[in-house]
Ligand binder design. Structure first.
Ligand SMILES: [Zn+2]
Length: 107
């Protein structure tokens, strides 16, 4: 696994399939990696789960704050990021929490 700094995602090398970036590098423990993209409410549940498990996380709106205000938070999509050294644990928690439902990262 390599890390695309532009997307903040873990990708298979040598080219990022999301942005075509070729300057990928080995992930560092502190690199924030996208673990999920979810609807606003699901994202809040996941964040709570990570908080409960002591996993530092950040969230970013896909559409940006301006759109969120316009359309309402319920229509927004939220990307949740965790540090690389907690990524695997976070992924397992996420999968267990959503019970194997289709909570897939978009291509
Ligand atoms: Zn990329």
């Amino acid at each position: 696994m390599l890390y695309c700094k532009d997307c903040q995602r873990l990708v298979e090398g040598p080219v990022c399939r999301f942005c075509r970036n070729t300057k990928l590098r080995v992930p560092l423990d502190a690199d924030f990696c996208m673990v999920a993209e979810l609807g606003f409410q699901e994202a809040q549940m996941l964040v709570e789960l990570f908080d409960d498990n002591g996993i530092v996380n950040t969230q970013r709106s896909v559409y940006g704050a301006g759109i969120t205000v316009k359309l309402g938070a319920n229509l927004d999509r939220i990307r949740v990021y965790v540090p690389y050294n907690r990524f695997e644990e976070a992924t397992k928690l996420k999968e267990a929490f959503f019970d194997g439902e289709a909570v897939l990262l978009p291509d």
